[in-house]
Write a protein that binds this ligand. Structure first.
Ligand code: NAP
Ligand code: HSE
Length: 349
């Protein structure tokens, strides 16, 4: 574990999967992709789907056909997104797709649209960590029942493929702990305050401008976003039904000038650290999860994450210590993970 000082602060219907599949043509026919949301992440996904259409067709042996993009506001200008693709009728769009990409955020209507997609036999990709943390267990069960995939790599640490590492690459190992900086916006904010003396409110404003913050920024500032991510990592690592209620959580909004001053005086920096660790046997693991601001020595690997970067350290019995580092937020960076999931989902479509 990192040596550190904790900072004290104040559908409907039944499965129509086989019917839907029978409407698809065979090898070489386009895979129809619907994108729900064209904000920071959705717009980046759409731009890349269009720019790289030849590349994806070559990789898949079938083209990806973007059949539409669901938004609330049809009038808003969206850089690089063809207006003719926009619709405010997300349900009809879902019904026309083989792969549904949910990047709208929030619980509803995201959940209902995902359920609808699954019951129609569509593969689903989502970047929605709150939905997966709150209702992912039920959605995974539904995906299994419908014989479709529910892919969510982008929900955890954006561009960093950490879910695949924890769930798949380390499936034969025994993970003992996972700890990291898993929220890009609070890392960006803490970095600006500590290193450049920027005021807290101004740092929050700049994080919003960069597209790092959630639609409700208290999710970031109060550690709810980090809590959702560590819950998803813990489930992937130990197969336990960990929930948000299990997380001992404290955010950064209660930090004071003296907290930053004290940390700096001790040669440290404050980071919002999310951690999960196992006690009990590998066969019957007991999982603990926490999110809290911690004053770390500057040389600590977690203290190295600058700006919107994320870093995670995984300890596993045979692999030893693994460290993954990269962009933890941002449209194009998150789109990288979403697009990877789309390609994987399209292979099943
Ligand atoms: P965003 O900028 O707020 O965009 C949300 C988009 O969804 C907007 O285009 C919005 O339409 C659309 N939308 C919302 N509710 C809708 C509804 N009821 N019907 C139709 N469209 C609706 O959000 P974002 O930053 O792209 O994040 C999207 C998801 O990705 C969230 O789950 C977030 O947690 C996750 N994520 C974000 C990042 C990041 O760095 N931003 C990284 C990883 C994961 P309008 O434009 O018309 O309002
Ligand atoms: N709001 C999130 C963050 C976006 O700051 O990390 C990436 O999940």
């Amino acid at each position: 574990m990192t040596k550190a000082t904790e900072v004290s602060t104040q559908a409907e219907g039944t499965s129509t999967q086989s019917a839907d599949r029978s409407t698809q043509a065979g090898a070489g026919a386009p895979v129809r992709v619907a994108v729900l949301g064209a904000g920071t992440v959705g717009a980046a996904v759409v731009r890349r789907l269009q720019e790289r259409s030849d590349l994806y067709a070559a990789r898949l042996g079938r083209p990806l056909e973007l059949v539409g993009v669901a938004v609330r506001d049809l009038e808003r200008e969206r850089d690089g997104v063809d207006r003719s693709l926009l619709t405010d009728d997300a349900e009809s769009l879902v019904d026309r797709a083989d792969v549904v990409v949910e990047v709208m955020g929030g619980i509803e209507p995201a959940r209902s649209l995902i359920e609808r997609a699954m019951r129609r036999g569509a593969q689903v990709v989502t970047a929605n960590k709150q939905l997966l943390a709150q209702q992912g267990l039920e959605l995974e069960a539904l995906a299994e029942e419908c014989g479709v995939a529910l892919e969510g790599e982008a929900a955890v640490m954006a561009a960093i493929p950490v879910m695949a590492v924890v769930r798949d690459s380390l499936a034969g190992d025994v993970i003992s702990s996972i700890s990291g900086i898993v929220n890009g916006s609070t890392n960006f904010i803490l970095d600006l305050v500590a290193r450049e003396g920027v005021g807290f409110e101004e740092a929050v404003r700049r994080a919003g401008e960069l597209g790092y913050l959630e639609a409700d920024p208290t999710e970031d500032l109060e550690g709810l976003d980090a809590a959702a991510k560590i819950v998803l990592l813990a489930r992937a690592a130990w197969g336990q039904p960990v929930t948000l209620d299990d997380v001992r959580r404290r955010g950064i909004s209660g930090l004071t000038d003296s907290d930053f001053h004290d940390a700096s005086g001790m040669g440290g920096v404050i980071k919002l650290v999310a951690s999960a660790w196992r006690s009990g046997s590998p066969e019957r693991p007991r999982v603990e999860v926490a999110v809290r601001p911690v004053a770390l020595p500057r040389e600590d690997p977690l203290a190295q994450a600058r700006g919107g970067a994320n870093v995670v350290i995984i300890e596993a019995e045979s692999a030893g210590t693994l460290r993954l580092h990269g962009a933890g937020a941002g449209g194009d960076e998150t789109a990288s993970a979403v697009l990877g999931d789309i390609v994987r989902a399209a292979r099943r479509a």
